[in-house]
Design a protein around this ligand. Structure first.
Ligand code: UT7
Length: 326
């Protein structure tokens, strides 16, 4: 088994800052309602770059930081639910944009769990000696799937991209992943939907549906998240034989600060253990965890040997956690 290590963190923040007050001019809402229900104070919305462009900007920074040339990349995985196209994959567009001509490239769609699932998947290729350098990006332009007249959803989401490069560094079998846990429950697929492609062809007489915009049963998602995330975190700790004292930070999917407060309470932890930037970014789905990691890395909060739990949850339902060692 080959060693695997994260060698760079970076991100691309979307251009336009949209505050809660800005949204209160579009729909009947208020800063007080949004901040008290979700912890969100503002979000970044992309008014110039699509998902592949947010990814490419992140990719160029990651390559520079890791001192790896585009040709040395073996694989690019983009976790997204808001790709530029269904085909080609966003990862293929990025591969072309950055000139990573030797890299295979594909997308993973696991909604807000996408980055965690992609990271776990990518690590296996390194561990088995198949690939040496893999770029994993989590990126969204959810703003194109938002009904900007629906106050139930338009206040929650934001755009952005973040990512990491993982590399092989010898054959001692030491992985940056200490334990992992992944789940899906398709019985609840209807709780969050968006980007529907209804059957439409010359032979079908299908009724026209309006499933393009994100629709969410907020309460159902809230209750799923507060049940599943604590369980998943306990599972990875048990698998790794570690306790909370061994963990420097828990970086959850940044959906809603209230969800994380309940998760913290259920785990008997103070909020200091959690890294939260929901106030600044809103819910950026697959981008939220790598955006947080990039911010933490920039603030020198991630040091060699630190053990961090990443925990994603969202549409599908999907959820999962991983303990990584920096
Ligand atoms: O990545 C995972 C994705 N999703 C999530 O993590 C979301 C999980 N769910 C949540 O965070 C919460 O359910 C929400 C923040 C989405 C909603 O909070 P809630 O406390 O569950 O509110 P609610 O949906 O039960 O709505 C309560 C009231 C309703 O009014 P009525 O029917 O009681 O008169 C809504 O119409 O709040 C109203 N409301 C709003 N009012 C002002 C809904 N959205 C807004 C808004 N501003 N933006």
């Amino acid at each position: 088994m080959y060693n695997s290590k994260i060698v760079a963190f970076d991100s691309c923040i979307a251009a336009k800052t949209v505050t809660n007050d800005d949204l209160s001019k579009l729909v009947e809402t208020s800063d007080e309602w949004i901040a008290s229900r979700t912890g969100i104070k503002q979000r970044y919305i992309s008014d110039d770059k699509n998902t592949s462009e947010l990814c490419s900007e992140t990719a160029v920074k990651l390559l520079k930081k890791s001192n790896i040339s585009p040709q040395e990349l073996d694989l690019i995985i983009v976790a997204t639910t808001s790709p530029d196209y269904l085909t080609p994959s966003t990862a293929c567009i990025v591969q072309g944009m950055i000139g990573a001509s030797n890299a295979c490239a594909y997308d993973i769609n696991a909604a807000c769990s996408g980055f965690v699932f992609a990271l776990i998947t990518a690590e296996k290729f390194i561990r088995c000696g198949v690939y040496k350098n893999i770029m994993i990006l989590g990126a969204e332009t959810l703003s194109k799937l938002i009904d900007w007249t629906d106050r139930n959803t338009c206040v929650l989401f934001g755009d952005g991209a973040g990512g990491v490069i993982i590399s092989s560094s010898g054959a001692d079998g030491k992985s940056f992943i200490l334990a992992e846990d992944m789940h899906a429950d398709g019985l609840h697929w209807h709780a969050i939907t968006g980007g529907e492609l209804p059957l439409c062809n010359t032979f079908a007489n299908a009724p026209k549906k309006d499933g393009h915009f994100i629709k969410m049963n907020g309460r159902e998602v809230f209750s799923f998240a507060t049940r599943s995330v604590p369980k998943s975190i306990n599972i990875v700790l048990e698998k790794a034989g570690l306790g909370f004292d061994d963990i420097k930070y828990i970086v959850p999917h940044q959906a809603n600060a209230r969800i994380i407060e309940i998760v913290a309470k259920k785990l008997g932890l103070s909020m200091d253990k959690f890294y939260l930037n929901t106030d600044k970014f809103g819910n950026t789905s697959a981008a939220s965890i790598p955006l947080a990691l990039s911010e933490m890395s920039g603030a020198k909060l991630l040091n060699s040997g630190d053990k961090i739990i990443l925990s994603g949850f969202g549409g599908g339902f999907t959820w999962g956690s991983v303990i990584i060692e920096i």
